[in-house]
Design a protein around this ligand. Sequence first.
Ligand code: SF4
Length: 426
Amino acid sequence: MLLCTVYRRFRGDYIVIANAPRRVSPGLRFIKQNVPEVEILEYPMWREYVARLREGWDVVGFSFYQNEIGEIRRMVAEARRHGVREIWAGNYGALDYSIPSLVDRVFIGPAEDEIAQVFGYRVRPEDIQHPVMMVHFSLIPGIRDATFGLLYTAHGCPYKCSFCQTPVFERHRFTINLESIERVLRYYKKLGVTYLFPMDELFGIYPEFTDKLTRLFARYKFRWWAQSRASLFVRYLDTWHERGLRIPSVGVESMLQTSLDGMNKRQNTEEIYEFCRRSSEKHGMYRIGYFMTGHEDMTAEQTLEDAARLKQAGFDAHAVSVITPFPQTPLWDKLSSRYGIFDHDYSHYKLQHLVWNHPHISPAQMHYLQNTIIKLLVRPIDFIYKGLSRLIWGGLRQDGAGFIWRNLIKGPIAALFINDRKQVFF
Ligand code: SF4
């Protein structure tokens, strides 16, 4: 059984998220850690993929995202040409309506147990073991500054934001057992990794579990990045900051309450302002706000005003995306029935294209608007003056010499020697 990600078209063809090229597949690492009988292939070049197909497989499975479906179709055709008996599909891309007719079996949500059953045993949620997975991070492109130890500690989310696929993909909510997380933390520590990035969509939603988890982070002296809601950050800010939280990122989406309500975000703009106020007092904390353009109730001018409100709120950095309907979400149903989705080119589903008929903004206007807002919110000068000063001066005030050791000596040196592509399993 061979499980693959999408192929690379050229050597450096990795998706870069927040200056970190994604060169490993967390989903496949989890499966291999828990079902060692499978083989995994992460971001191969096309010729590597074809060479592996020639080895002969009963099953070839693909883990992919919506924007990768075009390439996956080519990989599926090639696998069938090589006589592979069964083709499987998993990860968020498998939610696309076209996938069931393309493959023989579709997996929605974590697949460890279902795959283990093929080999005659079970992996229940409480038994799932956490794998090793890391990414290199570059503050300045081309210079490797740090390696982040990736974690994924909790599945599912109780909220139902209309644009988000998590509620439909992660139907069962559970946490990963702490012993296996601690084993991975010890391994990261041994390598010299200083920062963690738990990729949980909503960090902190299980209070007891998160308490134990963040105590572990603190015991091993990690600094960490987390993504969550403003209200959760506000509630736990003091404790989490004490335990090493340095990069909180918040899904703001909009600073207009009617837009937030329209997408069922269940977030109050006052919570965002409070988060900004409270977190600005925390030394060494670098706050990122995620923003969306293309709300159906906004014109281009109103979108610009919304972006200006976000800038005023006081985050240190912003990420900007265009509202994109993804399959099986309430947003998909609403936009397709009310306005129509006209662009079905999978490569445009990277949160940077307008793929539906917006009532006030054309695709060309959106392109211009997106660039304008990025210029407003993602200015290198802001990063140098505000971000770096919060990161460096704030970090020095908070952690003293430990900051220099961790960020300028130990982290960068360790990053030079770590091979993030190496597959390590316990
Ligand atoms: S956007 Fe975040 S809070 Fe909303 S449903 Fe998705 S994971 Fe949950």
